[in-house]
Design a protein around this ligand. Structure first.
Ligand SMILES: Cc1cc2nc3c(=O)[nH]c(=O)nc-3n(C[C@H](O)[C@H](O)[C@H](O)COP(=O)(O)OP(=O)(O)OC[C@H]3O[C@@H](n4cnc5c(N)ncnc54)[C@H](O)[C@@H]3O)c2cc1C
Length: 353
């Protein structure tokens, strides 16, 4: 059900940023699949975000946080409520000098967030690759460099920043698309490392309250982040280490090169559909050995290049992908006795009728 005329005008009146109604989610996912969301809102900054959350609470509308949509399969009936994308005000990428002294003492956690935000030294969100920045790194006593990264920053921008400033720790994200918000939630990475490895603090909105989460309040594991239910991530504090920018770049390049040779490019997908089992061969190998490469339902097909990818011909429906996932799961279960768990997040509802 779409929003009422009254809801539409009151949402627009808040002037939060860009607002689209009955917006096809296929325009906001790497799969290019998904029915309409009642409202898609790109909030400008934190003030706009808090206003939107209050408005949604008042209107009893669910909020769905959306990053780059690179790990999402949205059902064909779409999403009820508001899809929330974090805009320009959440793209900060900045060194933090001595975060301990900023966050200690008597202030409440909310104060700590405000002081944290005010104290970072912005050095710009976009960095040219190849060039050393010439900015002296603020190395802490433990040899680490603390970096605040907003959830709206896209992963390649963080990587370019690290190359330019000579920072190691996130090379394993080479070639991973999406935003930092999504990468935190998914603990994105590769066999070379995951984002969670370098996270020291998370900045979240929990209910209507902004909070700094310490490591005791969250935990990362394989493609998973556990944090308080419903928390929206504004950004993170990363602890990186000084490293030659050339080496960082070289490692990222090698990873991207490897991926280009082993993963499908040029067709819409959501990356790997299934998680690798805890032990034994990876999901792609299990699917390949079950002879499922090339298996097709409607416009969705198990990739011939990498069996854990399902690619769309551009016309696939979510129902096609879901049916294909079911078939793959059942075949792998009957041949290998292994229950594959989805990595892709399936959200939204089926079309009525
Ligand atoms: C071609 C391709 C290759 C890929 N390769 C890899 C890979 O090698 N390794 C890997 O780990 N992943 C890979 N992925 C998957 C995807 O890139 C990652 O999962 C990525 O981190 C998702 O980020 P996103 O911003 O697109 O998140 P989205 O897909 O938009 O969202 C993912 C989840 O995070 C939630 N979310 C997003 N932002 C926030 C926020 N600010 N606060 C709270 N919740 C939020 C969403 O509600 C959703 O549940 C690949 C995807 C593609 C298309």
């Amino acid at each position: 059900m779409s929003l009422t005329e009254g809801q539409r005008s009151s949402l627009l009146a808040l002037q939060l940023g860009r607002v689209l109604f009955d917006e096809p989610m296929s325009r906001h996912t790497s799969f290019r699949i998904g029915g309409p969301v009642d409202a898609w809102v790109k909030v400008r900054d934190e003030v706009a975000l808090m206003n939107l959350l209050q408005w949604c609470k008042r209107e009893a509308l669910p909020v769905f946080p959306l990053g780059g949509g690179c790990n999402l399969l949205v059902r064909d009936g779409g999403i009820r409520g508001v899809a929330l994308r974090l805009g320009k005000g959440f793209r900060r990428l900045a060194f933090v000098r001595d975060p301990a002294s900023e966050l200690q003492d008597e202030g409440s956690e909310v104060d700590a967030v405000s002081r944290f935000s005010a104290s970072v030294e912005a050095v710009g969100g976009v960095a040219e690759p190849h060039k050393e920045s010439g900015v002296a790194l603020p190395v802490d006593e433990d040899g680490r460099v603390r970096l605040h990264v907003g959830s709206g920053v896209v992963v390649p921008t963080l990587l370019r920043f690290c190359v330019r400033h000579g920072l190691g720790g996130v090379e394993g994200l080479g070639g991973v698309p999406g935003t930092i918000g999504g990468a935190l939630v998914m603990n994105a990475g590769t066999h070379e490392g995951e984002l969670g490895d370098v996270v020291e603090e998370l900045y979240v909105v929990d209910g209507q309250e902004r909070r700094v989460l310490q490591p005791a309040e969250f935990s990362f594991s394989y493609r998973k982040l556990v944090l308080p239910e419903g928390a929206l991530i504004l950004g993170a504090l990363l602890a990186l280490r000084p490293r030659s920018g050339e080496q960082v770049q070289q490692e990222i390049r090698e990873l991207v090169h490897y991926r280009k040779n082993t993963q499908p490019t040029g067709l819409p997908s959501a990356g790997c559909l299934f998680k690798n089992p805890d032990v034994g061969p990876p999901a792609g190998k299990l699917i390949d050995e079950a002879g499922l490469k090339g298996l097709q339902v409607g416009g969705a097909r198990v990739s011939e290049v990498h069996a854990n990818y399902v690619v769309s011909d551009g016309k696939a429906q979510a129902a096609d992908v879901l049916e294909l996932m079911d078939q793959v799961k059942n075949r792998v279960q009957s041949i290998h006795g292994i229950d594959l768990r989805p990595e892709v997040r399936v959200v939204g509802s089926d079309p009525p009728g």
